[in-house]
Write a protein that binds this ligand. Structure first.
Ligand SMILES: Cc1cc2nc3c(=O)[nH]c(=O)nc-3n(C[C@H](O)[C@H](O)[C@H](O)COP(=O)(O)OP(=O)(O)OC[C@H]3O[C@@H](n4cnc5c(N)ncnc54)[C@H](O)[C@@H]3O)c2cc1C
Length: 479
């Protein structure tokens, strides 16, 4: 424990148990605390909490925050733990606040087209519930079946549909947030716009649990879109695939819903993992998955045909069409399972999350190929190419020890992220900074970081909220 923080004593434990109820804490039980010491960022990263608390309402959270603030006990919020940046790992022990017992869908307001939810709702549960009313929540990430809405908001999660519908921030209309002091703020609500002063709402989205605890969320819904079709399009080179993206967009009658990228290696690994087989072309270096939406079934063919034709004109080797849910799901299960497939090969695999202007993707892919040679390692890549957001996944070579590779992988991912920054990009497009990228953030956003730290100090003067995330410990005044 760092000097400036207090450990959780037995007396603290008893106070916390009085706040949330004895059945809603885990203490002195290494086996049950263990799952709260890690997330999905890779098996090498973990830190044990002193205690896990599972509050059930905002009042309890306000009292928890006020107590931890007074006692200088670190407080790390946790959603489903599906994060890939180590955000939910309690680096300095203390309290992990799990939102798992706050999983109610409070209201589906069909007139205003707004959902009001607690942060522990599994994202897919919301998608299924609103579909019953003919509505659609478009902000979901690829981890839709496991992540919580609160975690999505805290990371400003992206996903496959960002080019048409935007990332999570485009869907958040309101938040209830508990500050470190215990004060409860109501930000936004069911209204669709607001030009009244600084947007504290936007500030909280993507703040990764470092500025406040999100206890209620108002989400924008839209009518269920029409039928979709998916095109799986192989290209001889990555450059050809990337060059086809703007042409496919321009050829579509409305914006495509998704344009995803997988290199040949990612596709093959994910096919082997899922057991799903899709049509391939020998020697294709890169694949695009393009999803289009039509107004109705009768116009589906007319919607995807010009997109397929534009791809062929741009040098595609073939266009495979999936125009029924079964065929589409085969393609998307392969795309969704890229990371899990690589974990079978390298259980410690960790990915990058850089974002660049999409025209810079070919330069980045050449740079990554150079890194693969320099480090003599395979680096499968997949991502949201139309957003300029790619996930490189360096795999541990057999001739390196775990310790050697840990150092080399960090260097390699840092070099890639800094190259993206040099090209007008950023270190994270959707997964957040957590603690795995805070060094790179410090190197890439110097002036902005100064202002970010001032905001952190103003809202969390003792630095108890998720310490060590976004900023290294000791970097801002409070730490
Ligand atoms: C297979 C796989 C696919 C993925 N695909 C995507 C994708 O397409 N797009 C994408 O963006 N991400 C993706 N992710 C990453 C991850 O699922 C997202 O970052 C997700 O939003 C995290 O949600 P969570 O509930 O698991 O949050 P956690 O991992 O539990 O926490 C993430 C961060 O949010 C904070 N936090 C959580 N809840 C709250 C709250 N209520 N108040 C304040 N802070 C809070 C935590 O402290 C932490 O900093 C993927 C992950 C996996 C494993």
């Amino acid at each position: 424990m760092v000097d400036r923080f207090s450990s959780v004593t037995r007396e603290d434990m008893m106070t916390l148990a009085r706040i949330v109820g004895e059945n809603n804490i885990l203490f002195d039980d290494a086996d049950r605390l263990a799952p709260y010491s890690r997330d999905e960022s890779g098996s090498g990263h973990s830190a044990k909490p002193d205690i896990v608390v599972k509050p059930q309402n905002t009042d309890q959270i306000s009292r928890l925050a006020e107590y931890c603030n007074r006692r200088h006990i670190p407080l790390t919020p946790r959603g489903a733990g599906s994060g890939l940046a180590g955000g939910a790992i309690p680096l300095f022990g203390g309290v992990v606040l799990s939102f798992e017992k706050m999983s109610a869908i409070l209201e589906i307001d069909t007139e205003n087209m707004v959902a009001v939810v607690e942060p522990g709702v599994v994202t897919n549960d919301l998608c299924l519930r609103v579909a019953e009313d003919g509505l659609f929540y478009a902000g979901y990430p690829m981890s839709v079946q496991s992540s919580f809405i609160g975690g999505n908001v805290a990371c400003n999660a992206g996903g496959a549909k960002v080019i048409k519908y935007g990332a999570t921030d485009a869907h958040v209309l309101g938040l209830e947030v508990v500050l470190a002091s215990g004060e409860v703020l109501q930000l936004g609500g069911k209204r669709r716009k607001d030009s009244s002063g600084y947007s504290l709402l936007r500030l909280m989205v993507g703040s990764e649990g470092t500025l406040g605890l999100i206890t209620k969320i108002f989400l924008r819904l839209i009518p269920q879109p029409g039928p979709t079709a998916d095109l799986l399009v192989p290209f001889a080179t990555t450059e050809d695939a990337v060059a086809a993206v703007p042409r496919a967009i321009m050829a579509s009658q409305s914006m495509p819903v998704a344009i995803e990228f997988m290199d040949g290696a990612s596709l093959r690994h994910a096919m082997a993992y899922t057991g799903n087989v899709v049509s391939q072309v020998d020697d294709a270096e890169a694949y695009l998955i393009i999803q289009v939406e039509a107004a109705g079934k009768e116009s589906l063919l007319d919607t995807y045909r010009p997109v397929g034709e534009a791809c062929m004109e741009a040098g595609a080797l073939e266009v495979f069409v999936a125009d029924n849910p079964w065929a589409s799901e085969k393609i998307w299960s392969i795309r969704r399972n890229c990371l899990e497939a690589l974990r079978v090969i390298d259980p410690t695999v960790e990915g990058g999350d850089f974002v660049v202007p999409s025209t810079e993707i070919p330069t980045m892919m050449r740079f990554i190929r150079g890194m693969a040679q320099k480090y003599r390692a395979e680096i499968p890549c997949a991502g949201h190419v139309a957003d300029g957001n790619i996930h490189p996944h360096p795999l541990k070579p057999n001739d390196r020890t775990d310790a050697q590779w840990e150092v080399q992988r960090r260097q390699l991912l840092t070099e890639i992220a800094l190259k993206a920054v040099e090209l007008g990009g950023a270190v994270s497009g959707e997964h957040g900074v957590g603690f795995l990228k805070n060094d790179i953030l410090a190197q890439s956003k110097r002036d902005e970081l100064r202002v970010m730290k001032a905001i952190k100090d103003a809202l969390d003067p003792h630095g108890i909220l998720n310490p060590g995330k976004l900023f290294r410990l000791g970097e801002h005044k409070a730490e």
